[in-house]
Design a protein around this ligand. Structure first.
Ligand code: ADP
Ligand code: MG
Length: 690
């Protein structure tokens, strides 16, 4: 990069030690840092809004004359300045922190330009702590938008604006600054980097103001492109780094695989077979597998994972299977025991609640080379030492973060070999988003459900019709079917959720005396949970009242009715997961979404989507549209993907071009690729250098 880029900020005019210190608190050390310290938003001071036209919650500039000044000290100091304008409306300016000089500066008759967010208060509009300046009748308006930067104590907006201008003046020409090849830039219809930076920091008069405010200006798109590209390159580099390490060569034993498949009560679907083929190839290649298996709820990912674990044991390496909840991990345990123990594999259980002697025994078995270890986060704890971990399987990957995945992988690094990684998710995410979120992974999709499944019929009914729902359960249970009743709560409190489930359980027991009902929530002892699950699986319990603990993975094919209470509170992904607990057998299944009025427009739309489709892919796309990517990909994960200008929903369509650009740069200009990563991500992100 150019010399200008690495010049320290204290070289700039007016940057003394105090300002330099404040700048470094914003991680701003060099000119380049300042170029990429982008405005959060803009203030439009190019026009005046009459007070009469102010709107609650919107920022505006007003020009008005001071009518009255009032200082009060009720609970704390307070300054109220009343102003009015030609629209003959009044506006109150309110200050809680102010200096004496500032208060005395307001005198009736003084003409001010005021900028801030208007709120509607009892006595009309007010603005709290507005920015203001004295003006004359003929003071010209700003001709351009005013940027607002992320600031910190000791450094104000005006200083940042001034410094940004100085830094921009030292911007080298594009040949030096811009890492995107010209052809690519033109193909994506993007301005040069220098041009983009000049526009966002100091929008010229001719700028499309509306576009800039809406963050859709080409200059912003250019910067978003670079930011996405930097993340893409960071993830690719992580991938390359991993793939450069040797991994155990795993070739499955044909006889044992045949024995496994012959013992299954079903044949693999074509899609399962294809995905297993992808995994077989990866495992045999001598490089660490990095594969994401995506498959809708109920598509049969578990058995594919078990076949991979069997292959690992054929090659005498261990497999770790990690699930996000204990309930799901236990279910895996039972499946793996069922499928793998008859073939002579040793399966070990390790969850957080395994303590004392049992834990010591589990740890000893793991260290002695047990074939398959199944558990929760507990698998990643210190003290868990594998003899030779060769395959790490992570179920419901969206519940974990990238770093947790890396932590489990690190368990198996013995300096020479890196374990293979297989991650599975039932949260189908649109392809463009997957490109951004999982750039370090190869993706296989199980795009087919096992045969004989009938789509779940979904209805949404108001809570006022609870009696009808209870009757429906009674009929279903009398017909030999089984049902779930899920009680979610909005609070993230297991305790409150458990209470709600308990209350519903008692209600339903009163209403359905002939139905054997079970209760399941996260506060129960693992053994009790297990016995309830077992009884439900065995059909002894006909109705299971549960909290959202059953959200992921639980599999009881005979259950064909799902009631979800307070469905209006849940997001689409969660509703889809919960609904996926039914429709697993041959019986026609249904799902009743019970909602409490009032129903927000958003909730109404979500329920409509659930009624319309069972397609996890469509639902994910809708979810992305309604909620934004953070929650679709999983909060932890996007927590590590904090974008400054990019927005995965808005910018999704450029992802294919971003991926192309990443390929090109990594191949032709690796130094520029590195520069881009440090420009946008710096050293802060683990995955950029892991
Ligand atoms: P998910 O992909 O949601 O994790 P599971 O692995 O839990 O799905 O599988 C759902 C159910 O489908 C399980 O009962 C499983 O045994 C069953 N299953 C898996 N594959 C097949 C298949 N090819 N044919 C019939 N049933 C299958
Ligand atoms: Mg599953």
């Amino acid at each position: 990069m150019s010399d200008a880029a690495s010049r320290p900020l204290k070289d700039l005019r007016g940057v003394g030690p105090a300002i330099a210190e404040a700048l470094s608190r914003l991680s701003l050390q060099t000119l380049s840092d300042l170029w990429f310290h982008l405005p959060l938003r803009y203030e439009d001071r190019t026009r005046i809004t009459p007070i009469r036209d102010l709107r609650h919650g919107e920022s505006a500039q007003v020009e008005a004359v001071v009518d009255a000044v009032e200082r009060g000290f009720r609970f704390r100091p307070m300054l109220r300045v009343t102003v009015s304008d030609d629209s003959r409306s009044t506006l109150t300016l309110r200050f809680f922190h102010f200096s004496k000089a500032q208060a005395e500066g307001f005198v009736p008759g003084l003409r001010l330009r005021i900028y801030g967010e208007a709120r509607e208060a009892a006595g009309g509009f007010e603005i709290v702590h507005p920015r203001y300046q004295r003006v004359q009748l003929d003071t010209p308006l700003d001709s351009a938008l005013t940027p607002v930067y992320p600031a910190t104590e000791g450094i104000g907006q005006s200083t940042l604006i001034r410094l940004a201008k100085l830094a921009l003046a030292a911007l080298p020409d594009d040949a030096e600054l811009d890492v995107l090849p010209e052809a690519l830039r033109r193909m994506a219809h993007l301005p040069s980097l220098g041009e983009a930076l000049r526009v966002v920091h100091a929008p010229p008069n001719s700028t499309d103001v509306a576009a800039l405010l809406a963050r859709s200006h080409p200059a912003q798109q250019r910067l978003a492109f670079d930011e996405l590209l930097a993340h893409q390159i960071g993830m690719r580099k992580l991938r390359r780094h991993l793939r450069a390490m040797p991994a155990p060569i795993i070739k499955y034993d044909r006889k044992r695989r045949r024995a496994f498949l012959d013992a299954l009560p079903f044949a693999l679907t074509k899609a399962q077979g294809r995905v297993l083929g992808d995994i077989d190839r990866d495992l045999a290649a001598g490089k660490p597998m990095l594969r994401l298996v995506q498959g809708d709820v109920g598509s049969g990912k578990t058995v594919v994972a078990a076949l991979a674990a069997l292959a690992a044991s054929d090659a005498h390496v261990q497999t770790a299977v990690m699930a996000p909840t204990e309930l799901l991990a236990e279910q895996h345990l039972r499946n793996f025991l069922n499928w793998c123990e008859p073939l002579g594999l040793r399966v070990v259980w390790l969850a957080g609640k395994v303590t004392g002697k049992a834990r010591a025994k589990a740890l000893a078995d793991i260290a002695a080379g047990a074939d398959i270890v199944i558990g929760t986060h507990a698998l990643m704890q210190e003290g868990v030492v594998f003899a030779n971990l060769g395959l790490a399987i992570i179920d419901e990957q969206h519940r974990f973060g990238v770093h947790q995945r890396l932590a489990l992988r690190n368990k198996g690094r013995d300096g020479t070999r890196t374990p293979h990684q297989l991650v599975m998710t039932a949260t189908p995410i649109p392809r463009t988003l997957a490109m951004a979120a999982y750039a370090d992974l190869d993706v296989s999709v199980i795009d087919e459900l096992p045969p004989g499944r009938t789509p779940v019929q979904t209805v949404a009914v108001s809570d006022a019709r609870r009696d009808e729902i209870v009757e429906r359960i009674r009929v279903a249970c009398a017909e030999g079917r089984q049902a779930y009743w899920v009680c979610p709560l909005i609070e993230e409190s297991e305790q409150l959720e458990a209470k709600a489930a308990q209350a519903t359980y008692e209600d339903l027991q009163g209403a359905l005396p002939d139905v054997r009902i079970g209760l399941l929530h996260g506060r129960m002892k693992p053994r009790d949970k297990q016995s309830v699950m077992d009884a439900f699986k065995a059909g002894e319990l006909r109705l299971l009242v549960a909290t959202t603990v059953i959200e992921v993975g639980v599999d009881v094919p005979n259950a064909s009715l799902m009631v979800i209470d307070n469905a209006e509170r849940l997001g689409l992904a969660q509703l889809h997961q919960l609904r996926g607990r039914v429709g697993r057998g041959a019986a026609a299944s249904s799902c009743v979404l019970v909602w409490q009025p009032p129903l927000s427009a958003l909730a109404r739309e979500r329920l409509a989507v659930m009624r319309e489709t069972n397609d996890g892919f469509r639902i994910a796309e809708k979810d992305l549209e309604l909620r934004g990517p953070g929650e679709v990909v999983g909060t932890r994960q996007t927590g590590e993907m904090n974008f400054r200008v990019a927005d995965l929903v808005r910018d999704a369509e450029v992802m294919p071009k971003v991926a192309q650009a990443a390929d090109w740069l990594l191949e032709h200009d690796p130094r520029a690729a590195d520069a881009l990563v440090s420009r946008w991500i710096g050293q802060a992100v683990e995955y950029a250098q892991a």
